[in-house]
Design a binder for this molecule. Structure first.
Ligand code: ADE
Length: 254
């Protein structure tokens, strides 16, 4: 069970992004919870303003420290109120300046009971809020989005699928891409022939061991072709290492 607490100006984006499909089912089954908290509810002015002009000038608006910090305080207190430790709950701030999200990071976060996600908007959040909340800064890639909500949803998705029971089969989380640092092998389903293209014969053979061997080889081949940067970290046995070497020799024209 992981409890996600999302601090945002657009709680409806978080609700709709986690209401259906696998995450919706996981929420209904009590395997994850998602609490979208509106930062605007914590403003200390009657207009509900959360942003202001940047000191020093420049384009855009900056989210103020006070509503963000008060929102986080309320979230921590609510976690404490549920008998868990809100004061030590990690706060992840979604920002293109953060460490790039990886499967390893998701696996680490999947061990937590509670995770607080902070979504920024406008030109960012007053630096003092980030300092006071001891945020860990995470980016989902080298591109800039309009806000942190989509990145927060990406994080909730990739962490949730690691929670036992969220995916159908128990192993499905393990076999897919990035297991052993290899990409996934190609998949086929009926019919046997589509537009003249046949399913590889070996998959119809019913010979389980040969199928497994073929799939591993396909994974190695794909990884070498599409993500050669993953190869140094790939976990291969002796036979697979020889197979990889033979592919590399072929590639080098030997
Ligand atoms: N906010 C805006 N762009 C982002 C990105 N690439 N990753 C995380 N948060 C963001």
């Amino acid at each position: 069970m992981i409890n996600f607490h999302v601090m945002t100006l657009f709680p409806e984006m978080i609700e709709s992004g986690t209401g259906g499909s696998i995450l919706g089912r996981a929420r209904k089954n009590g395997l994850i919870s998602v609490d979208a908290v509106n930062i605007r509810d914590f403003t200390d002015n009657k207009h509900g303003r959360c942003d202001d002009y940047p000191y020093g000038g420049g384009a855009g608006m900056v989210m103020q420290a006070q509503p963000v910090c008060d929102c986080c305080k309320a979230v921590r207190e609510s976690i404490n109120g549920q008998g868990r430790n809100g004061d030590s709950t990690r706060v992840i701030y979604l920002t293109p300046q953060g460490r790039t999200l990886s499967q390893e990071m998701a696996e680490d976060l999947a061990k937590e009971e509670d995770i607080i996600l902070l979504c920024g908007h406008y030109e960012g959040i007053d630096e003092r809020a980030l300092e006071l909340l001891h945020t860990e800064n995470v980016s989902i890639g080298d591109f800039v989005l309009t806000g942190g909500e989509l990145p927060a949803l990406v994080m909730i998705d990739c962490i949730s699928r690691l929670v036992p029971g969220v995916l159908g089969g128990d192993e499905s989380a393990l076999i897919e891409s990035f297991h052993d640092n290899l990409l996934e092998y190609p998949q086929y389903t009926r019919p046997e022939v589509y537009e003249g293209l046949r399913v590889p014969e070996i998959l119809l053979s019913g010979h389980h061991e040969n199928v497994e061997k073929w799939r591993r080889e396909q994974s190695i081949e794909r990884t070498l072709r599409l993500r050669p940067d993953l190869i140094p970290g790939a976990k291969l046995d002796k036979r697979e290492t020889r197979y990889l070497e033979s592919l590399m020799e072929k590639e080098n024209g030997n």
